[in-house]
Design a protein around this ligand. Structure first.
Ligand SMILES: C[S@@+](CC[C@H](N)C(=O)[O-])C[C@H]1O[C@@H](n2cnc3c(N)ncnc32)[C@H](O)[C@@H]1O
Ligand code: SF4
Length: 388
């Protein structure tokens, strides 16, 4: 049984489930807008839901907030401002809190970005994906390369010092040269953070049914190597499989780091998930909320919006920690394991030893990190920690 002497850091995730159109590769909980969005009602529902959750996090401070989607930038800045003010009234914000909002370049206006900044958003994450019009068209995106560039310039003009660019690679018919051109265009804007995702074909998407021609495994391997080299040349340090930050730790995404280090997070909104540690019961509970936006808004009013809830077993706790933390290329400290699982690292030392014998992992001064071979065989390493 875990024993928590202190509670893990706490973040807040807020889901916005609507998009202008549904992209053919996307399996996130996002729905094409059919009727005008009930902005006001949705924000009221988020706050109602938060009020139910407050007793579960009483006295704790929030270190980061992530407004994700879907497309949160579809919401008017005034509604986002009302939301942030109401959050401030209910929660203790840490003084250096990171507040991110995901923005789709097809939904950007100069005034809305300044409005988001004024509302208290201090980090923007922009879904650029590519600067190549034919790639964007193949991906079914609603924006073109001019709009992608305008979005980044608008973020600069609105004083977003901290921002992220999402790019995808391994796109239909894409060559390594085209991938590098996209990457260099992004680098030239000097984003403090860049996420470089390999396009994956997810079940239940249009691409799973009508799969386009994608680069083969050798081409993908080559793209990955060349992208890492180009990013390193420009002082972007990789700290997770797809995440790169300029000039080290200061620009890493606090919110995502908290997930990868098995911190706690509240999740509110349609389809949001949360993981909360409770000191009184010495347990960790995972909870999922109703996915469908209209059902969510109805159910939250009579408190029937929770669709799944379970307490983690001891074996799940260390497995889930490793599943997340092994994604961090810079590794993790044994102390973080102890603090965030409530268990002592010695309880999994036998498995760590086995991974070290395979040359997949190195452990020194209580810091644990994958070797290059471990990074290559990440799935096999994770399997070692699977509960019996
Ligand atoms: C939840 S989306 C939200 C961002 C915003 N809605 C947008 O698309 O502009 C976050 C990011 O996940 C990435 N993503 C989504 N589906 C993906 C897939 N099938 N394969 C790889 N990356 C994906 C995209 O880079 C996207 O920007
Ligand atoms: S805009 Fe983003 S969240 Fe919406 S469907 Fe496209 S990839 Fe998914």
């Amino acid at each position: 049984m875990p024993l928590f002497t202190a509670l893990p850091p706490l973040s807040l995730y807020i889901h916005f489930p609507w998009c202008v159109e549904k992209c053919p590769y996307c399996d996130f909980n996002s729905h094409a807008v059919k009727n005008p969005i009930a902005y006001n009602e949705y924000i009221d529902c988020l706050l109602l839901e938060l009020d139910y959750e407050l007793p579960n996090i009483w006295g704790r401070s929030i270190q980061s907030i992530f407004m994700g989607g879907g497309t949160p930038s579809l919401f008017p800045a005034e509604e986002i401002e009302r939301l942030i003010q109401a959050l401030r009234a209910r929660l203790n914000f840490k003084p250096d809190i990171e507040i991110t909002l995901e923005a789709n370049p097809g939904t950007v206006e100069q005034s809305s970005f300044s409005g988001f900044r004024h509302a208290g958003i201090n980090r923007l994450s922009m879904g650029i994906q590519s600067f190549d019009d034919s790639m964007l068209k193949n991906l079914g995106r609603i924006h073109n390369s001019d709009q992608a560039i305008t979005a980044i310039e608008t973020a600069h003009a609105a004083n977003f010092n901290s921002f992220n660019i999402d790019l995808m690679f391994g796109l239909p018919e894409q060559t390594t040269e085209q991938m590098l051109t996209d990457l260099q265009t992004a680098i030239d804007f000097q984003p403090p953070h860049l996420s470089h995702y390999q396009l994956t074909i997810e079940p239940n998407t249009l691409f799973a049914v009508q799969t386009p021609t994608l680069p083969d495994d050798d081409a993908l391997w080559n793209m990955t190597q060349q992208a890492h080299a180009r990013l390193a040349e420009h002082q972007y340090q990789q700290y997770e499989v797809s995440a790169f930050s300029k000039s080290g730790k200061a620009n890493q995404c606090k919110h995502n780091l908290n997930y990868w280090q098995f911190g706690d997070y509240l999740g509110i909104g349609a389809g949001a998930h949360q993981k909360i540690t409770a000191a009184n019961t010495q347990s960790i509970t995972r909870t999922a909320k109703q996915k469908h936006p209209q059902h969510y808004m109805q159910q939250v009013k009579n408190q029937t919006h929770i669709t799944e809830q379970h307490v983690l077993q001891d074996n799940d706790i260390y497995f889930e920690f490793m599943l997340n933390a092994l994604r961090l290329t810079t590794g993790f400290d044994a102390q973080t394991f102890n603090d965030n699982t409530g268990m002592d690292i010695s309880s999994i030392q036998a498995i760590l030893d086995k991974a070290q014998k395979n040359n997949w992992l190195q452990q020194d001064d209580l810091h644990i990190q994958l070797t290059p071979s471990g990074q290559q065989y990440l799935n096999d390493v994770v399997t070692l920690f699977l509960p019996d």
